[in-house]
Design a protein around this ligand. Sequence first.
Ligand SMILES: Cc1cc2nc3c(=O)[nH]c(=O)nc-3n(C[C@H](O)[C@H](O)[C@H](O)COP(=O)(O)OP(=O)(O)OC[C@H]3O[C@@H](n4cnc5c(N)ncnc54)[C@H](O)[C@@H]3O)c2cc1C
Length: 409
Amino acid sequence: MSERFDIVIVGGGHGGAQAAMALRQLAFDGSIAIVGDEPELPYDRPPLSKDYLAGEKPWERMIFRTAEAWAERGVALRLGRRVVSISVDARAVTTVEGDAIGYGQLIWAAGGIPRRLTCAGHDLGGVHYVRSRADADRIMAELSAAREVVVIGGGYIGLEAAAVLTKLGKRVTVLEALERVLARVAGAPLSRFYEVEHRAHGVDVRVGTAAQSIVGENGRVAGVRLGDGTILPAQLVIVGIGINPAVEPLLAAGAEGTNGVAVDGQCRTSLDGIFAIGDCAEHANAFAGGARLRLESVQNAHDQAAIAAKAIMGGAETYSAVPWFWSNQYDLRLQTVGLSIGYDAIVQRGDPASRSFSLVYLRDGAVIALDCVNMVRDYAQGRALVAQRARPDPGQLADPGVPLKTLAA
Ligand SMILES: Cc1cc2nc3c(=O)[nH]c(=O)nc-3n(C[C@H](O)[C@H](O)[C@H](O)COP(=O)(O)OP(=O)(O)OC[C@H]3O[C@@H](n4cnc5c(N)ncnc54)[C@H](O)[C@@H]3O)c2cc1C
């Protein structure tokens, strides 16, 4: 075995980097290595579809720490190394190059892999995904030659990319196969608001419309064919249709899991000495009524990293953090708190036309989530309502003049 560390963290993204730091903050004094397949120092991923893509955030401000700072904290970085298998008996991971790295305990923080198009033309040049710095750099390198861009998928990443590219002067079309954008994550009023906003900024938003195939010319994308035969001209296609959890080696080693890898309240997998955190970890979430799910957010990656680190240090704390998320599009800052899954009523606070409003999601009269657009105060104060599953008077809740903190228990 070429190397051995007390803790090996697979994946140098949000969860992996945070787990290493959390262990050091808890005074863990054993050896730690992060083994990540990207060549870059661990960095902040959300700007890839926001200010980094817009050319407004330099790379130096994306990394969490310099190489020296990682070394000072005693965290060995093994970057550009992809783990392809795990031997639970030998307590070692193996990289694609065939190197074995031994571990005392393993934290799997490998995130997700963008879901790929499978239609004809999916592999043409100019068809891109947005998950890594390399992805964003490839898009940016081709931008100057693109007048028309088709974004496939009206989720957060697709819409953020559409906002950036439209600001950069591109003619952007967003194709969303479902009847509204953000359909999987938000209520209809929020979807309609963003559709109106994007159209007002010149984006051609087409809902209920799927790409049938990608049309090519000399190996590069030239357009996107729709079901009715229309071809939308495009020199660049950006695909944002979700991720698949990156867990193959773990499942092959025998870990349980159907949607990612299953973890308990302390982020332990079913395999001895192996934890999993972040986008790939399927857990029971108290804010979804105990339903088992994966969350794809910085909050979840960070908080699960802290829980796994505490468990390694012998703590008993279990994961119960209030979920939160944000998205920046144009001058709109969306902040969400809680999980709206399973809501049966939505109360609107403020007028979407003012571009500053909130949606409060209720289930059986209890607040389960808020989506706040340019409404920092509601976001900050609404958190307590979600945490307490408060049952405010609907009339007061709908009045934006009533501060949410007065409605908490
Ligand atoms: C473009 C974009 C915008 C986003 N915007 C927001 C936002 O506004 N707000 C928000 O809360 N969240 C946002 N997210 C989601 C957020 O970035 C993720 O939830 C978070 O990064 C998850 O952390 P993670 O550690 O689980 O995975 P990641 O940060 O993805 O890190 C996983 C790392 O593991 C590596 N890896 C995978 N497999 C292997 C392997 N076999 N061997 C070695 N390394 C491996 C990956 O390459 C990657 O570097 C965004 C994500 C993207 C892609």
